[in-house]
Structure formats: structure tokens, C-alpha cells
Write a protein that binds this ligand. Structure first.
Ligand code: DGY
Length: 437
């Protein structure tokens, strides 16, 4: 156990450039928004000051309108699409000192700050003062980030948070997005490009397909075409989908931010606003649940239909609440049941990204089946917060089983437990550190 923690600490140290920990050594040599939040949670187990610095680096890249960009680029080359392809330099809202992408990722940052404060309070008075001082100092920035989502990304009657690129969901090639992507037709003027990601993994079948990539790159062209202006982006993108999982995280994080705001005596009106946003988002997630399965669904806003693919996003209401006790009990038993974590052939009983019983399940391909330790952590943290102690403890135990070999895979093959994608992935090391604390 302590040997595993040692190794996890080494991964974070090795991936540390000084001001940021890259998402992984080779495949992702930059800072990713939601990775950074989880990485900071792991860093808090080693050094509160370093955890705070990580989030400071991310927040310093916040756009002037409030958006936290999904990638903060380092000077490393070897990742595609890099800053030139994103072409955000001409966007007036972008930060001046650093180059970033022009889309966002799920708003998990308040959760990281909550965790850092909680860990610090248990460590020492000095650490507690450091973490609380940091939280108070950046609270406004987080509020503005959440306000950006409310202003620009609640765009249809579902009340769910909209995304304009699958990358914004964090679950890039999930079958959740198959249908909306099937309607994205790359233009003949898509500038040529060469993928680098497939060169950095053992087997290209662990990554999204080339067809996926054409669409990913085409959407970037569309975003560039309107210079990343947030209203224009929503009006023009061929991909516009209401994301129930992002909405659940927004609800949870807004509550957490409001709670921190109360503890730190931040602006009362803003705290009240956050509570309202959380309540609205929770309701939207509950309303997205399909009557037949009880699972939450996404909505294709451009085409006006629900997308009820059996992915782990279906369990969103368990993260944020609001669906009612009976609905939650049913969802929890689905989660533990044979189609999901209770599938008899699983190596470790943590929720796979797609049900092993689903037609589109693919056990090796990225978000189409493999298990992601970071999501097991997220569910276990949320469950603990909701008072579901036994479920939280089991997720932790099984998550540790999955990661016990010390390779810190980006994601894992659900039946064999072998690591896939990158190894020494920072967020995997980070959640293991938190689990072992
Ligand atoms: C990637 O390059 O695979 C990232 O997930 C995109 O953000």
C-alpha cells in the first residue's frame, strides 16, 4: 500500500514541469482542465502549497469572460491539435501570457478546492490557513466560471448544460455522441493534419478512430470561424448537445462552491445564486431520466431528440441528487447489477464507461467500454458526501484493485484489468494517492 503511494507520488513528481503537472508524460504533455482538478487533489496529499499552485496555474489561464479552457499549453511539441491549430490567439477573451484551446471541460474544480481544504484542515493549522486563504482568493474566479456556464451554455428547454464538442464532455468518443457526430459532416476545406496520439499508445484501437478525428478537427474549424465568441459558437456549431453528466457535475460543484462561500464569508448574493443554479441543474438532470430505464440521458439540441445510450453518464443523478429516493434506489441497484458493476466477468467492480451488455461496448477503445479510475473516484467521493458510506468504500476498494499494479493506466480493460492508453497518467496516480490517504 505505501509502496503504491510512493509510486504514485513519483508519477506526479516526474510529470511536474514546476508550474503544472502534465496529464501524462508523452500522450498529453500539457495541462487539461479537469485533469488539473483531480491532479490537485492528489498533490494535496503531498504538499498543499503545490496543490494550490496547480489550480493557480489553471485559473491564471481563465478567459476574461469566465471560461476555463480545456487545455493550457506548455512549450512541449508532439501533441496534436496544438495551439496553432486551435488558433485562439485572435480571440479577445483569451489570456495574454499563455496559449490555450478554445473549449471547456466539466466544471469539477470546486470539488478539488473542497477536497484540498478538507485535507489541509486535517493536516495542520498552517496548511488549513493556506488552503482556506487560497479558496477565498479564487472563489470569485470559480463563481465567474459557473456564471459563464449559466450565461452561455444553458440554451434549450431541457435546462441541461450544452457542449459544442465531444471533447468538452471529457468523454471524447463515447457512444453518447455517435448520433450527433454522425450528423457532423467535415467540409472539403478541412485543412490536412497528421494524428500523433495513435503513435503514443501500444495499439491505435485504444484511441478514437480517424473518422472521429475528422469530425473533431472540423468542429475546431467552425469554432475558429467565429473566433470563439461564446454566443456565436452555440449558434454555429454543428455539434450542440445537452450533456447530462456535465450538468450533474455543475450542480454538485455549484453546491460545493456555495458551501465554501458560506464557510469563507463570500458574497451572500452570489452564494444564493449558486444555490439556485445548482437546484435548476439538479432538476434538469432528474428530468432527463428515461421512464423505462431510470437512467439520465443527453439531448441532441440541434435535432431535438434524447440520446439514451447505456453509458455511465446515465448514473448522473446519483452524483447530484434530485431524482427522488425511489428513482435513486433503482439506479443504485442498476449500477450494482449484472449489466454494470456487478457484471460477473469484470476484473474490478467499478462502473465501466459503457455497459458490457451494450451493443456498442468496445472493451479497449477509450470511452467506449474501459474503466476509468478517476471516475470511480468521482463517484466514490460523491457517494461519501451523500452518506452512502458502504458504496463509497467499495468503489475505493475496487478502484485500488484496478490500479494495484502501479502502472497508473489512463483507463483499464474491464475483463482483464490491463492498463490501456497512456501509463503514468497523472490523474490516475492522483486519485490513488487520495484513496490511500
Ligand atoms: C485528446 O487529445 O484525446 C484529448 O482528450 C482531447 O482533449
Amino acid at each position: 500500500t505505501s509502496a503504491l503511494a510512493e509510486r504514485a507520488a513519483v508519477v506526479l513528481r516526474d510529470n511536474d514541469t514546476g508550474s503544472l503537472v502534465t496529464a501524462s508524460p508523452k500522450l498529453y504533455p500539457h495541462m487539461w482542465s479537469w485533469d488539473a482538478a483531480f491532479i490537485a487533489i492528489g498533490l494535496a496529499q503531498l504538499d498543499i502549497g503545490r496543490a494550490v499552485a496547480e489550480l493557480d496555474t489553471l485559473l491564471a489561464a481563465q478567459w476574461s469572460d469566465g471560461m476555463i479552457p480545456h487545455i493550457v499549453f506548455t512549450s512541449a511539441t508532439g501533441y496534436f491539435p496544438g495551439p496553432d491549430r486551435w488558433g485562439t490567439d485572435a480571440a479577445p477573451q483569451r489570456p495574454r501570457h499563455v496559449r490555450t484551446s478554445g473549449i471547456c471541460q466539466p466544471p469539477v474544480h470546486a470539488i478539488a478546492i473542497r477536497r484540498i481544504v478538507d485535507v489541509a484542515r486535517r493536516t495542520s493549522r498552517v496548511d488549513a490557513a493556506l488552503a482556506e486563504g487560497f479558496a477565498a482568493r479564487v472563489w470569485q474566479r470559480l463563481y465567474r466560471w459557473h456564471r459563464w456556464i449559466i450565461r452561455y451554455r444553458i440554451v434549450d428547454a431541457s435546462g441541461l448544460v450544452a457542449i459544442v464538442h465531444g471533447w468538452e464532455s471529457g468523454m471524447d468518443n463515447s457512444p453518447r455522441w455517435d448520433e450527433p457526430y454522425s450528423r457532423v459532416v467535415p467540409g472539403t476545406n478541412l485543412p490536412p493534419y497528421a494524428r500523433l496520439d495513435v503513435l503514443r499508445v501500444d495499439d491505435p484501437a485504444e484511441r478514437p478512430s480517424d473518422d472521429d478525428y475528422d469530425r473533431y478537427l472540423w468542429l475546431i474549424e467552425q469554432l475558429r470561424g467565429v473566433n470563439y465568441e461564446p454566443e456565436a459558437v452555440v449558434n454555429t456549431s454543428d455539434f450542440l448537445v445537452a450533456d447530462t453528466f456535465a450538468t450533474a457535475l455543475f450542480a454538485l460543484a455549484s453546491d460545493v462552491l456555495a458551501e465554501l462561500g458560506e464557510e469563507l464569508a463570500c458574497d451572500r448574493d452570489q452564494v444564493a445564486e449558486l444555490r439556485q443554479w445548482a437546484a435548476r441543474a439538479r432538476r434538469a438532470v432528474a428530468l432527463s431520466c428515461r421512464p423505462d430505464t431510470g437512467m439520465a440521458a443527453d439531448r441532441d439540441i440541434r435535432y431535438g431528440n434524447w440520446i439514451a445510450t447505456p453509458t455511465l453518464a446515465g448514473f448522473s443523478p446519483l452524483l447530484c441528487g434530485g431524482a427522488g429516493d425511489r428513482a435513486e434506489a433503482a439506479l443504485l441497484s442498476t449500477l450494482d447489477g449484472p449489466d454494470w458493476s456487478g457484471h460477473p466477468d469484470l476484473f474490478a467492480a467499478v462502473v465501466p464507461s459503457v455497459s458490457p451488455c451494450a451493443r456498442r461496448f468496445d472493451q479497449r477503445r477509450y470511452w467506449r467500454g474501459p474503466q476509468w479510475p478517476v471516475l470511480a473516484w468521482l463517484f466514490s467521493w460523491a457517494f461519501a458526501r451523500r452518506g452512502w458510506t458502504a458504496q463509497a468504500a467499495r468503489l475505493r476498494e475496487q478502484g485500488l484493485r484496478l490500479t494495484a499494479d502501479g502502472s497508473f493506466g489512463e483507463y483499464y480493460e474491464p475483463f482483464t484489468g490491463s492498463p490501456l492508453g497512456s501509463t503514468n497518467q497523472s490523474w490516475t496516480a492522483a486519485v490513488v494517492l487520495d484513496w490511500l490517504a
